[in-house]
Design a protein around this ligand. Structure first.
Ligand SMILES: Nc1ncnc2c1ncn2[C@@H]1O[C@H](COP(=O)(O)OP(=O)(O)OP(=O)(O)O)[C@@H](O)[C@H]1O
Ligand SMILES: [Mg+2]
Length: 424
């Protein structure tokens, strides 16, 4: 609802941030789809059309290349969706702007023109004679957007720039977005969404060059509460099982809930791991077991899966990394700690780590994907950046830590009872 409301708000870019794998992309997609359906059902005057693809920012891609990618996908979107909204008198073939533009080419009919746009939008040039370059194509799409959306509550095609955190540093992300600002973010008929993990979107919001364009505050997408895992799995089973009535899951919901906590609420990794487990069980023919047997088999599998992961890494990381991870998984931190909390982490540990050891240990944890850093504050403040960042144990880190617990190798001295079902 919040996202849909923000999408309807004219002009400003909707912003979402949250931990990796909590469901940000799904949430945006559902919101954009709902807005589109609401228009079709006549519940709103504002037409919002979800773009057929989400966009990612690629290292080394120029602003122009990115813009061209966007225009191609927007054209493709309008062509694909026009069939669905035709009944709503969105007959794009008849649009004057498109017509006028087409008349300049050697093509004779609107349908040929449409075909050309389809080919352009899919990257396969059809019309050798036209001589239209990117510029002509972009102009046509812009006109098209103007024509379509001017009369429909000034809506637009919803374009999502996703996974902004993959640009590695917040400074990179900010630079890329600032470069795109005047080129793309004020085009009539486009509605933008920025989606990223671990604070990168918050850091964009701190940019004076961008802040006026953004719809703030940034929406913080929290994890789905474990109690909703049951209905969530049921919905997925209903959607994906060929015969829902006879669907059988070789894993108990309670065990999934517990694994979800253990994975630090990473829904993506939870579903991935459960999928891996269920496939194995099916291949072994374990398709009709009692709840207790299912639980026992799952526990055994998890022990092995976590031990294997830990064994692969145990000698590759320095002692300081393990000390930090163990301390971070105590009740004192519950998987999240500030990079300036070295003293508190040391207090929760049998192994004292020096300031140099802490930096190295943390670097190695990040390099192996056991911990990820949440950008927290102004990236341009130089050295201070490190002091304000917050780290969170990833689902992989949490699993490996569980592997250490099983081997009784943890070095923490504080309570770890928040990991309720963890047994030595
Ligand atoms: N409400 C939901 N019901 C059922 N499944 C969901 C729901 N939300 C998310 N999922 C599933 O959880 C997984 C992770 O969701 P999604 O990809 O949206 O997360 P994300 O936050 O965008 O992740 P990342 O940070 O890795 O991009 C996907 O497989 C998605 O299908
Ligand atoms: Mg995503």
């Amino acid at each position: 609802m919040t996202i849909a409301r923000k999408l309807h708000k004219q002009g400003k870019i909707t912003c979402l941030d949250g931990h990796v794998g909590v469901g940000k992309t799904s949430l945006v997609n559902v919101a954009a789809y709902t807005c589109f359906q609401d228009y079709i059902k006549g519940e709103t005057h504002q037409l919002l059309v979800p773009c057929v693809e989400t966009f990612d920012l690629r290292q080394g891609e120029s602003t122009e290349e990115f813009a061209h990618r966007v225009f191609r996908k927007v054209a493709q979107t309008l062509i694909e969706k026009s069939a669905q909204v035709r009944g709503m008198s969105l007959d794009m073939e008849g649009k004057a702007a498109l017509d006028a533009w087409l008349n300049n080419s050697h093509m004779e009919t609107v349908s040929l023109g449409l075909k050309w746009i389809v080919e352009c939008s899919t990257g396969k040039a059809l019309n050798n004679s036209s001589g239209f370059q990117n510029e002509g194509f972009e102009k046509a799409v812009r006109n098209w957007l103007k024509e379509i959306f001017q009369q429909r509550g000034t809506g637009g095609v919803v374009c999502v720039i996703d996974n902004v955190e993959l640009l590695e540093t917040a400074a990179n992300a900010r630079k890329s977005m600032e470069a795109l600002r005047d080129r793309l973010f004020n085009i009539e008929g486009l509605r933008w969404v920025f989606c990223g993990a671990n604070g990168v979107i918050h850091s964009l919001a701190a940019s004076p060059r961008l802040s006026a364009f953004l719809n703030t505050p940034v929406i913080d997408v929290a994890n789905i509460h474990p109690k909703y895992l049951g209905p969530l799995i049921e919905a997925r089973t209903r959607e994906f099982a060929p015969e829902y009535e006879r669907a059988y899951l070789p894993i108990n919901i309670e065990d999934m809930q517990w694994l979800y906590m253990l994975l630090n609420h990473n829904l993506r990794d939870l579903l991935g791991l459960c999928d891996e487990y269920c496939e194995t069980e099916f291949s072994l023919g374990k398709t009709n077991l009692t709840k207790d047997v299912r639980k026992a088999r799952f526990d055994k599998w998890l022990r092995k899966a976590t031990s294997d992961r830990y064994n692969q890494l145990s000698s590759r990381l320095p002692k300081s990394s393990w000390a930090i991870l163990d301390a971070a998984m105590t009740n004192d931190f519950k998987g999240t700690f500030g990079v300036n909390e070295i003293d508190a982490l040391n207090a929760a540990s049998r192994e004292s780590v020096s300031s140099e050891g802490f930096k190295k240990g943390l670097r190695e944890l990040e390099r192996h994907g056991l911990v990820s850093r949440i950008i927290n504050g102004d990236v341009e403040s130089g050295g201070d950046e490190f002091k304000r960042d917050v780290c969170t144990v990833t689902s992989k880190g949490a699993l490996v830590h569980y592997g250490r617990m099983l081997k009784e190798e943890t070095t923490s001295i504080s309570d770890t009872s928040w990991l309720k079902r963890v047994h030595y």
